[in-house]
Design a protein. Structure first.
Length: 297
């Protein structure tokens, strides 16, 4: 049985379809790697790619993605509602099958050395973090691209790889190994982003909410809606239904209902088991009951 590693890079481009497709083509051109999903959000001005394969092959695909993104994306003109500080903003390596965390960390660090060699500052996060204050992505990205030049002049923010110099075109990259997170967004029937901010504050760990939830309020201008944008960083400890029902209850305080939700990119089947158990009240439901899974080797 082959080792399987998944990578989920986020690039700071979600409006120019030609650029997104060229970056996707760079992944497709990598041997023995399967691009299983990519999606773009014009409000966020961000695209997320998900692909998998054996560790060395995934590393090669990620190098190709980064090289193409750095070639095509210029952060000096970037605007979007999602926090970011680099053209390739973050690349998380996620063990799927027969890959230990230590191996995923080494792949992330090899990728970081490659990007650093291109003249782009690199920070390691999550399991690859070199110090406690760099474990959290929001902590590393605080101030975003606009604060990066001044940040790099501070000794405590010297990058883990690459020059401690501001790269105006490409910004900085964050990479590491992590548990599979779920990017889960809830759209509200209001354009009042202050309400989304208040809900995000109520549910995220940093302000007293759920331990494994990161959240912020955003405005989706094209939809005329506010959004609670979340990363569920451990769905086994804080499952999707618990988060969704809390958002629903908090929204009701302001007379607002939910217009819809979205899961960005692929999600682990185990996370959706809990959705079925909760909403169908099928408390013993298991993914093993799904016929199609019997066909997967």
């Amino acid at each position: 049985m082959k080792k399987i590693l998944l990578c989920e890079p986020n690039i700071s481009e979600g409006r120019n379809r030609d650029i997104v497709e060229q970056v996707a083509d760079a992944v497709r051109a990598a041997p023995r790697v399967k691009l299983i999903d990519y999606s773009s959000d014009p409000d966020h001005n961000r695209s997320v790619f998900t692909y998998l394969g054996e560790p060395a092959d995934v590393l090669e695909a990620t190098k190709r993605l980064a090289a193409k993104a750095f070639e095509l994306i210029d952060m000096r003109g970037h605007k979007g509602s999602h926090p970011r500080q680099g053209a390739v903003d973050v690349a998380g390596f996620i063990p799927v099958r027969r890959v230990e965390s230590a191996e995923a960390v080494e792949i992330a660090r090899e990728f970081g050395r490659y990007v650093g060699g291109l003249g782009v500052p690199v920070y390691y996060y999550e399991d690859a973090a070199t110090r406690p204050e760099r474990k959290s992505l929001p902590d590393i990205r605080k101030g975003e691209y606009e604060a990066l030049e001044a940040k790099l002049k501070q000794p405590e923010w010297a990058p883990d790889e690459g020059p401690a110099e501001f790269n105006a075109k490409s910004g900085a990259l964050v990479t590491g190994a992590r548990f599979p997170l779920i990017a889960f967004n809830v759209n509200l029937r209001t354009a009042d982003v202050e309400i989304a901010d208040k809900i995000a504050k109520a549910i995220r760990h940093v302000s007293g909410g759920y331990r494994y939830v990161r959240a912020m309020g955003l405005l989706l201008e094209d939809k005329g809606m506010a959004q609670v944008s979340m990363n569920l960083i451990n769905y086994t400890k804080t499952p999707i239904p618990r988060v969704l029902e809390t958002v629903r209850a908090e929204a009701a305080r302001y007379g607002v209902t939910i217009a819809g939700t979205e899961i960005v990119g692929p999600a682990p089947l185990a996370a959706l088991e809990e959705v079925a158990r909760y909403y169908l009240q099928a408390h013993e439901f298991s993914a093993e009951q799904i016929i199609e899974l019997a066909l997967v080797d």
